[in-house]
Design a protein around this ligand. Structure first.
Ligand code: 13P
Length: 260
């Protein structure tokens, strides 16, 4: 069976204590799910990162940062350097989340600088891509994904593929006003993404998991995970209760095994 990826971005929710409680509960709940079968990751707020990394019961959960600056140090007030994340023991960095691109105006070229810096520092690097509702309406979703991937990974050596993850998160599907993508649509976009990754990285692209995110919930998770081009689920709201997330993961793994 291929390895399935499950993770959650905690966004600007949960402070230090809440994050610790959540991680401990999630670790306890999921301890008997084989890590040969799944990779589980949680991306908390910056302030909760030190506690999350130190959480001794949570060794089977990869901890990631929500963003980072491309420079190691300098006059970048309010930014967090890759060296600072390294110092904490963070293993994963997410780049280009839809909210970074659309609320904070980050460009593809900026995401590219961050991706290159994150890879140079040895982080597992999760690049998020996705089209807006307007771009979907114009029928240019595939073109937008191609642009975000080609620029996002510009200048990246195919040898780095082992540290690259991609999340497809259509902007229109994310958050309280989001509409989840149908599994057919997500599968189609994942195939486009895999095609472009193959163009960029050649055979090394096979190593890159592509996760779907955007209003994943207990009702649609099973249908999404059985799509051949979907390697994992990147969940927001439906993952923020450790019991609910555990149930969602178990059901998805069970369904995947029945299907394949
Ligand atoms: P929701 O699952 O709440 O739509 O959020 C998805 C997301 O943004 C994950 O990064």
């Amino acid at each position: 069976m291929k390895k399935l990826y499950f993770g959650s971005n905690l966004k600007m929710y949960k402070g230090v204590r809440e994050t610790e409680k959540y991680l401990k509960k999630l670790a306890e709940n999921t301890q008997n799910i084989s890590r040969e079968e799944i990779e589980l990751f949680i991306i908390p707020s910056y302030t909760a990162l030190p506690a999350a990394v130190r959480c001794s019961d949570c060794n089977d959960i990869v901890i990631g940062a929500q963003n980072m600056c491309w420079e190691d140090q300098g006059q970048f007030t309010g930014e967090i350097s890759p060296c600072m994340l390294e110092e904490l023991g963070v293993k994963l960095v997410m780049i280009g989340h839809s909210e970074r691109r659309h609320v904070f105006g980050e460009s593809d070229a900026e995401e590219n600088k961050k991706v290159r810096s994150a890879l140079a520092h040895g982080f597992r690097t999760l690049l998020c891509v996705g089209e807006t509702a307007e771009e979907k309406e114009y029928g240019i979703s595939a073109e937008i994904l191609r642009k975000q991937l080609k620029i996002g990974f510009y200048g990246v050596d195919p040898k780095e593929s082992k540290n690259i993850w991609v999340a497809y998160e259509p902007v229109w599907s994310i958050g309280v006003n989001g509409v989840p993508a149908t599994s057919e649509y997500a599968q189609r976009m994942h195939m486009e993404i895999k095609k472009v990754l193959f163009e960029i990285f050649g055979n090394q692209a096979e190593k890159i998991p592509v996760l779907y995110g955007g209003s994943v919930n207990p009702e649609n998770a099973d249908q999404l995970i059985v799509q051949s081009a979907i390697d994992g689920l990147f969940v927001g709201r439906s993952a923020w209760n450790a019991d609910e997330f555990d149930k969602l993961i178990r059901s998805a793994v069970y369904t995947y095994k029945q299907y394949w």
